[in-house]
Design a protein around this ligand. Structure first.
Ligand code: NAP
Length: 294
């Protein structure tokens, strides 16, 4: 299939490479042009603009946040203005429920389709085509997008005909991951301050009741204190907590733990956490326990 891919950051570069590997004709575009070179070397066609990346049947976006997606979708020469009627925008970034709704409406008016397809999995999973994808949109559009999504992931869940549902599921999932990071950080601070070996503690957890990938992945990062380079940067984690709180407020669902996490992220960012992985949230518990400065 002839497709476009906009946003070649930590996640997008691996995803676009896997679409090429699966035999699709991929036109790539990234705001910082140099990031297109490795994909072009693998056979992608470089686009000079967002509009050029919309020349195919579908276009992926994997951009940082709502502002970036809105700019690329609604700006002059943006996706809504450039994608042909019947074309599909496959939106894989973690964006707000409100923006997904706005996108669905604009694409609908332009005779195009939105498939919301946010992903679970870090850059290593994106590179290995091991993402888990939650997709929502009109059934025929999701059907067309299916082989593309299967080329970048190991699991695909088609959940609904309403795109924003997938975004809410993704945000609620990231809320849960952040709760695990915070609680693991607190437990690790307790164990560490008592002088007990944290690596062995983690092994006890993950080989018994806590064998889930989220405990293994984040437990290993926290236990090793390895927060750089970021796989998922702290400002993005903060964004997702803000977005889940906004969605919850709209639905009048209180999320007291998300409110606490929001403040934890602000504390991390106020103390130099911008370029750290979001699992550095765990360092706050150590700081509160007098185990580290700053
Ligand atoms: P990233 O490495 O920071 O990449 C962000 C991308 O967005 C880059 O291509 C960047 O372009 C582009 N961008 C940012 N602002 C822009 C703007 N105003 N206009 C045009 N392009 C803009 O982020 P990432 O880790 O790949 O994450 C991308 C999305 O995936 C986020 O929504 C994130 O929440 C979600 N996600 C991430 C992970 C993870 O583990 N990293 C996992 C699941 C989902 P430049 O290169 O020019 O800066």
């Amino acid at each position: 299939m002839k497709i476009g891919f906009i946003g070649l950051g930590r996640m997008g570069s691996g995803m676009a490479a896997n679409l090429l590997k699966a035999g699709h004709e991929v036109i790539v575009y990234n705001r910082t042009r140099e990031k297109m070179a490795p994909l072009v070397a693998k056979g992608a066609k470089p686009a000079a603009s967002t509009a050029e990346a919309c020349a195919g049947e579908a276009v992926f976006t994997m951009l940082a946040n709502d502002d970036a997606v809105a700019e690329v979708a609604f700006g002059e020469g943006g996706i809504v203005a450039s994608l042909k009627p019947g074309g599909i925008h496959i939106s894989t970034s973690t964006i707000s429920v409100a923006l997904a709704e706005r996108l669905a409406e604009a694409h609908g008016k332009a005779g195009q389709h939105l498939v919301s397809a946010p992903v679970f999995g870090r850059p290593e999973a994106a590179e290995a085509a091991q993402l888990s994808i939650v997709a929502a949109g009109a059934a025929p559009a999701v059907g067309t997008a299916k082989p593309l999504l299967e080329a970048i992931g190991q699991k695909l869940f088609a959940v609904s005909e309403t795109p924003k549902d997938a975004n809410l599921i993704k945000l609620s999932g990231n809320f849960l991951i952040a709760t695990v990071i915070e609680s693991l950080g607190e437990a690790m601070a307790l164990i560490g301050k008592a002088g007990i070996d944290r690596a062995q503690y983690l092994e006890i957890l993950t080989s018994t009741l806590f064998g889930a990938p989220v405990y293994k992945t984040y437990g290993a990062l926290i236990s090793a204190g390895k927060f750089e380079p970021p796989g998922f940067a702290a400002p993005l984690g903060h964004k997702d907590i803000r977005l889940v709180l906004a969605a919850a407020e709209d639905l009048r669902v209180p999320l007291p733990i998300a409110s606490l996490l929001r403040d934890r992220f602000i504390t991390l960012l106020a103390n130099g956490g911008d370029n750290l992985d979001w699992s550095a949230l765990a360092t706050l518990a150590e700081r509160d326990a007098g185990m580290r400065q700053g």
